[in-house]
Design a protein around this ligand. Structure first.
Ligand SMILES: CC(C)(COP(=O)(O)OP(=O)(O)OC[C@H]1O[C@@H](n2cnc3c(N)ncnc32)[C@H](O)[C@@H]1OP(=O)(O)O)[C@@H](O)C(=O)NCCC(=O)NCCS
Length: 151
Protein backbone atom coordinates (compact mmCIF):
# COMPACT_ATOMS: atom_id res chain seq x y z
CA UNK A 1 0.00 0.00 0.00
CA UNK A 2 1.07 3.57 -0.63
CA UNK A 3 -0.22 6.66 1.17
CA UNK A 4 -0.23 9.98 -0.65
CA UNK A 5 -1.75 13.43 -0.33
CA UNK A 6 -5.37 13.72 -1.40
CA UNK A 7 -5.80 15.83 -4.54
CA UNK A 8 -8.90 17.56 -5.86
CA UNK A 9 -8.76 15.06 -8.72
CA UNK A 10 -9.29 12.22 -6.18
CA UNK A 11 -12.61 13.63 -4.99
CA UNK A 12 -14.84 11.71 -7.42
CA UNK A 13 -13.45 8.40 -6.14
CA UNK A 14 -13.40 9.60 -2.54
CA UNK A 15 -17.04 10.65 -2.78
CA UNK A 16 -18.04 7.30 -4.31
CA UNK A 17 -16.48 5.49 -1.34
CA UNK A 18 -17.92 7.99 1.13
CA UNK A 19 -21.46 7.51 -0.19
CA UNK A 20 -21.07 3.74 -0.13
CA UNK A 21 -19.66 3.64 3.41
CA UNK A 22 -21.92 6.02 5.32
CA UNK A 23 -25.64 6.54 5.66
CA UNK A 24 -24.98 10.24 6.19
CA UNK A 25 -21.94 10.95 4.01
CA UNK A 26 -19.89 14.13 4.00
CA UNK A 27 -20.54 16.37 1.04
CA UNK A 28 -17.79 17.02 -1.47
CA UNK A 29 -17.63 20.57 -0.10
CA UNK A 30 -16.57 19.23 3.30
CA UNK A 31 -13.59 17.48 1.69
CA UNK A 32 -12.77 20.64 -0.27
CA UNK A 33 -12.85 22.67 2.95
CA UNK A 34 -10.59 20.14 4.72
CA UNK A 35 -8.09 20.43 1.88
CA UNK A 36 -8.33 24.22 1.84
CA UNK A 37 -7.71 24.70 5.57
CA UNK A 38 -4.71 22.39 5.47
CA UNK A 39 -5.95 19.34 7.33
CA UNK A 40 -3.93 16.18 6.72
CA UNK A 41 -5.94 14.63 3.89
CA UNK A 42 -4.53 11.41 2.52
CA UNK A 43 -5.56 8.60 0.22
CA UNK A 44 -4.20 5.08 0.21
CA UNK A 45 -3.47 3.03 -2.88
CA UNK A 46 -3.87 -0.71 -2.33
CA UNK A 47 -5.10 -3.88 -4.01
CA UNK A 48 -4.74 -2.29 -7.43
CA UNK A 49 -7.06 0.58 -6.50
CA UNK A 50 -5.83 4.11 -7.04
CA UNK A 51 -8.08 5.25 -4.16
CA UNK A 52 -8.54 2.29 -1.80
CA UNK A 53 -9.31 4.55 1.13
CA UNK A 54 -8.90 8.01 2.57
CA UNK A 55 -8.38 9.72 5.89
CA UNK A 56 -8.66 13.24 7.25
CA UNK A 57 -6.80 14.39 10.37
CA UNK A 58 -6.70 17.82 11.97
CA UNK A 59 -3.59 18.63 13.98
CA UNK A 60 -3.13 21.55 16.36
CA UNK A 61 -2.61 22.68 19.95
CA UNK A 62 -0.85 19.48 20.90
CA UNK A 63 -3.72 17.27 19.79
CA UNK A 64 -4.95 15.61 16.65
CA UNK A 65 -8.44 14.61 15.70
CA UNK A 66 -9.27 11.87 13.24
CA UNK A 67 -12.21 13.24 11.29
CA UNK A 68 -12.64 10.48 8.74
CA UNK A 69 -11.14 7.08 7.92
CA UNK A 70 -12.55 4.88 5.23
CA UNK A 71 -11.33 1.80 3.37
CA UNK A 72 -12.94 0.45 0.19
CA UNK A 73 -15.05 -2.68 0.78
CA UNK A 74 -12.90 -4.65 -1.67
CA UNK A 75 -9.81 -4.31 0.52
CA UNK A 76 -11.28 -4.46 4.03
CA UNK A 77 -10.08 -6.90 6.72
CA UNK A 78 -6.60 -7.25 5.27
CA UNK A 79 -4.92 -4.68 7.50
CA UNK A 80 -5.17 -1.57 5.32
CA UNK A 81 -7.30 0.31 7.86
CA UNK A 82 -4.94 -0.31 10.76
CA UNK A 83 -1.80 0.53 8.77
CA UNK A 84 -3.44 3.68 7.41
CA UNK A 85 -4.66 4.69 10.88
CA UNK A 86 -1.20 4.26 12.39
CA UNK A 87 0.38 6.24 9.56
CA UNK A 88 -2.08 9.08 10.17
CA UNK A 89 -1.34 9.03 13.90
CA UNK A 90 2.33 9.25 13.02
CA UNK A 91 1.58 12.42 11.07
CA UNK A 92 -0.22 13.79 14.10
CA UNK A 93 2.75 12.99 16.31
CA UNK A 94 5.13 14.57 13.80
CA UNK A 95 2.92 17.66 13.92
CA UNK A 96 3.37 17.91 17.68
CA UNK A 97 0.27 16.09 18.91
CA UNK A 98 0.53 14.23 22.20
CA UNK A 99 -2.95 12.70 22.00
CA UNK A 100 -5.32 11.63 19.23
CA UNK A 101 -9.10 11.88 19.54
CA UNK A 102 -11.95 10.56 17.44
CA UNK A 103 -15.70 10.06 17.53
CA UNK A 104 -17.44 6.90 16.40
CA UNK A 105 -21.03 5.68 16.31
CA UNK A 106 -21.80 3.03 18.96
CA UNK A 107 -23.34 0.97 16.13
CA UNK A 108 -20.03 0.91 14.21
CA UNK A 109 -18.66 -2.16 15.91
CA UNK A 110 -16.03 -2.89 13.25
CA UNK A 111 -14.45 0.55 13.56
CA UNK A 112 -14.61 0.36 17.36
CA UNK A 113 -12.76 -2.97 17.25
CA UNK A 114 -10.11 -1.40 15.03
CA UNK A 115 -9.66 1.60 17.33
CA UNK A 116 -9.45 -0.52 20.48
CA UNK A 117 -6.86 -2.84 18.99
CA UNK A 118 -4.91 0.22 17.84
CA UNK A 119 -4.64 1.51 21.40
CA UNK A 120 -7.62 3.85 21.72
CA UNK A 121 -9.69 4.01 24.90
CA UNK A 122 -13.17 5.33 25.29
CA UNK A 123 -13.18 8.54 27.33
CA UNK A 124 -16.67 9.90 26.83
CA UNK A 125 -19.94 10.21 25.02
CA UNK A 126 -21.42 13.06 22.99
CA UNK A 127 -25.20 12.81 23.09
CA UNK A 128 -27.05 13.17 19.80
CA UNK A 129 -23.85 13.96 17.91
CA UNK A 130 -24.72 12.20 14.65
CA UNK A 131 -27.65 12.29 12.27
CA UNK A 132 -29.42 8.94 12.24
CA UNK A 133 -32.51 7.37 10.73
CA UNK A 134 -35.45 8.90 12.57
CA UNK A 135 -33.41 11.07 14.91
CA UNK A 136 -29.90 11.35 16.31
CA UNK A 137 -27.23 8.90 17.49
CA UNK A 138 -24.68 9.41 20.24
CA UNK A 139 -20.95 9.45 19.55
CA UNK A 140 -18.39 7.56 21.58
CA UNK A 141 -15.26 9.62 22.10
CA UNK A 142 -11.97 7.73 22.00
CA UNK A 143 -8.47 8.93 22.86
CA UNK A 144 -5.00 7.49 22.34
CA UNK A 145 -1.72 8.83 23.69
CA UNK A 146 0.90 9.16 20.98
CA UNK A 147 4.04 9.03 23.10
CA UNK A 148 4.94 5.57 21.75
CA UNK A 149 5.21 6.97 18.22
CA UNK A 150 8.33 8.64 16.84
CA UNK A 151 8.00 12.44 16.75
C1 LIG B 1 -13.49 0.63 9.85
C2 LIG B 1 -12.63 0.39 8.61
C3 LIG B 1 -11.82 1.65 8.29
C4 LIG B 1 -11.67 -0.78 8.90
O1 LIG B 1 -10.80 -0.91 7.80
P1 LIG B 1 -10.09 -2.32 7.47
O2 LIG B 1 -9.05 -2.05 6.45
O3 LIG B 1 -11.10 -3.35 7.17
O4 LIG B 1 -9.42 -2.65 8.88
P2 LIG B 1 -8.26 -3.71 9.16
O5 LIG B 1 -8.30 -4.80 8.15
O6 LIG B 1 -6.98 -3.01 9.35
O7 LIG B 1 -8.77 -4.31 10.56
C5 LIG B 1 -7.98 -4.23 11.72
C6 LIG B 1 -8.77 -4.82 12.88
O8 LIG B 1 -9.92 -4.02 13.16
C7 LIG B 1 -11.00 -4.87 13.55
N1 LIG B 1 -12.06 -4.80 12.54
C8 LIG B 1 -12.03 -4.12 11.38
N2 LIG B 1 -13.23 -4.25 10.73
C9 LIG B 1 -13.98 -5.05 11.49
C10 LIG B 1 -15.29 -5.56 11.37
N3 LIG B 1 -16.07 -5.26 10.30
N4 LIG B 1 -15.78 -6.34 12.34
C11 LIG B 1 -15.04 -6.65 13.42
N5 LIG B 1 -13.76 -6.20 13.60
C12 LIG B 1 -13.25 -5.41 12.65
C13 LIG B 1 -10.43 -6.26 13.66
O9 LIG B 1 -9.89 -6.39 14.95
C14 LIG B 1 -9.32 -6.20 12.62
O10 LIG B 1 -8.33 -7.14 12.82
P3 LIG B 1 -8.52 -8.64 12.19
O11 LIG B 1 -8.96 -8.47 10.77
O12 LIG B 1 -7.16 -9.23 12.33
O13 LIG B 1 -9.58 -9.30 13.03
C15 LIG B 1 -13.53 -0.04 7.39
O14 LIG B 1 -14.38 -1.10 7.78
C16 LIG B 1 -14.37 1.08 6.84
O15 LIG B 1 -13.89 1.87 6.03
N6 LIG B 1 -15.64 1.17 7.26
C17 LIG B 1 -16.57 2.18 6.73
C18 LIG B 1 -16.18 3.57 7.17
C19 LIG B 1 -16.14 3.70 8.66
O16 LIG B 1 -17.01 3.24 9.38
N7 LIG B 1 -15.07 4.37 9.14
C20 LIG B 1 -14.88 4.65 10.56
C21 LIG B 1 -15.66 5.86 10.95
S1 LIG B 1 -15.42 6.27 12.67
Amino acid sequence: MRIRRMQLTDLDQVMALEREAYGFPWTEQVFRDCLRVGYECRVVEAGGLDVAGYAVLSVGAGECHLLNLCVAPAVRRVGVGRAFLMAMLGKGRAGGALHAFLEVRPSNTGAIALYRTAGFERIGLRRGYYQAEGGREDALVFRRPLDDLAA
